[in-house]
Design a protein around this ligand. Structure first.
Ligand code: PMP
Length: 433
């Protein structure tokens, strides 16, 4: 580790030399296949010439102009394109620099909208256990991963959590309508236990991210959640930081449910790793109410930076021109089947799940009992390190129930070809072996 930098641990990695497509090279010339798109970020791959060209063109005009001093054509155009991607009625965009900032923005917008409506008693955000919504204190308060929150508990207002629909552990069929009903009943009970008029919003990843290991909700769950939010007056906020940008097969995962949220939070694949970028896309009337009621008390210096918008526009061009949403479905389907083949070969792969190219597998003592591996094994770190030595990057977490369970995200860039999928699977096979 350098003398001056610090991250989460003292673990060191080689220095990055260059990155192109789905590969990165370290200073010693070792090549790595990016099986996690960084942290589910590099949706269009690294160093895409089109994105670099758009950024370069923007750099010749203006990289930064403070949004309260100047409007910017490219920022306006980008907002309009995102609004078009979002469900009807969600046309108002606030740009920030990443996922946590976007979560904070959504929470503060929701709160100010309810104040504008004259319902000051609504302030609690209900979310799920497990879940991940970011690392700033407000986002930690709504994140359902207890170890991430415990040290800060005295400094935060505790926010209510309900259990995510872990149907694969509960032995329930995700296609059976009774399964969603089972988990929705738990949510309704939690809402009633909290006194519903104190609840402001329900925050949910429409396909789970790293905390659940790509948990796909059972059939009818999102629609039922929408109905519960309507019944008790909660806003429904989709955290699409990881699912957005085409990763699950549509630009936003919201398109795959008959349940329209009141806000969508986007980041990661939005800037694609070219610039720090996040956004909240909100229902128009919520924003209008807030602006008519004294303004939006919020702001980040770098929000709506023209250079970041140029990067985002370039990434969006590539997603559209190379039809990467369809490709996520197609290549994701192939990869899912190949992961299932590995599951047949290795009984300690207890589950394979996900949607599009948001895929994961979970290591267990065995697939029958669904018991987690002993903590001392440190499997979630070990397998990542073995894969790394083999030139494959994967992303892991030990948070099945918010605290335990070893799962691994397999989320290569959406530009991954069939041949590169074979290569990824071969490297993973070798590492598992
Ligand atoms: N929400 C979700 C669903 C995420 O996956 C993440 C990042 N892993 C965040 C929010 C926070 O985003 P960031 O790290 O860009 O602040």
């Amino acid at each position: 580790m350098s003398d001056h930098l610090f991250y989460q641990t003292r673990q060191t990695r080689p220095f990055i030399e260059r990155a192109e497509g789905i590969y990165l090279w370290d200073a010693a010339g070792q090549r790595y296949l990016d099986g996690a798109s960084g942290a589910m970020v590099s949706n269009v791959g690294h160093s895409h010439p089109h994105v670099l060209a758009r950024m370069s063109a923007q750099m010749q005009s203006a990289t930064f102009a403070y949004r309260l001093h100047f409007q910017s054509d490219i920022v306006e155009q980008f907002a309009a394109r995102l609004a078009k991607k979002a469900p009807k009625g969600l046309d108002k965009v606030f740009f920030v620099s990443g996922g946590s900032e976007a979560v904070e923005t959504a929470i503060k917008l929701a709160r100010q909208a309810t104040l504008a409506r004259g319902e000051p008693e609504r302030f609690k955000i209900m979310s799920r256990l497990p879940s991940y919504h970011g690392s700033t204190l407000g986002a930690v308060a709504v994140t359902g991963t207890p170890p991430f929150a415990e040290p800060f508990a005295p400094m935060m207002q505790a926010m209510p959590k309900v259990r995510a629909p872990l149907h694969y552990l509960d032995g329930l069929d995700p296609e059976d309508p009774g399964t969603a009903a089972h988990y929705l009943k738990e949510i309704e009970e939690a809402i009633l236990a909290e006194s519903p008029e104190s609840l402001l919003a329900f925050l949910v990843e429409p396909v789970g991210g790293a905390s659940t290991g790509a948990l796909v909700p059972p059939k009818g769950y999102m629609e039922g959640l929408r109905a519960l939010c309507d019944k008790y007056g909660l806003l429904l906020i989709y955290d699409e930081v990881m699912t957005g940008g085409g990763r699950t097969g549509t630009y936003f995962a919201a398109d795959q449910y008959d349940a329209v949220p009141d806000m969508i939070i986007s980041a990661k694949g939005l800037g694609g790793g070219y610039m720090p970028l996040g956004a909240v896309i909100s229902r128009n009337d919520l924003v209008d109410d807030v602006l008519d009621h004294g303004g939006f008390l919020h702001g980040f210096t770098n929000a709506a930076m023209p250079l970041a918008a140029a990067a985002g526009m370039g990434v969006l061009d590539v997603v559209e021109e190379e039809q990467l949403c369809d490709r996520a479905t197609r290549i994701g389907g192939v990869l899912f089947d190949r992961l299932r083949d590995l599951q047949s070969a290795y009984p300690f792969i207890g589950d394979v799940r996900g949607k599009g190219l948001l895929l994961a597998f979970e290591l267990m003592a065995d697939g029958q009992s669904k018991q987690v591996l002993p903590k001392e094994l440190n499997a979630h770190v070990k397998l990542v390190n073995i894969a790394y030595e083999n030139g494959l990057i994967i992303y892991s977490r030990r948070t099945r129930n918010g605290t335990e369970g070893d799962h691994f995200m397999i989320c290569p860039p959406l530009i991954t070809t069939a041949a590169q999928t074979d290569e990824l699977v071969a490297l993973l096979d070798k590492s598992l072996g």
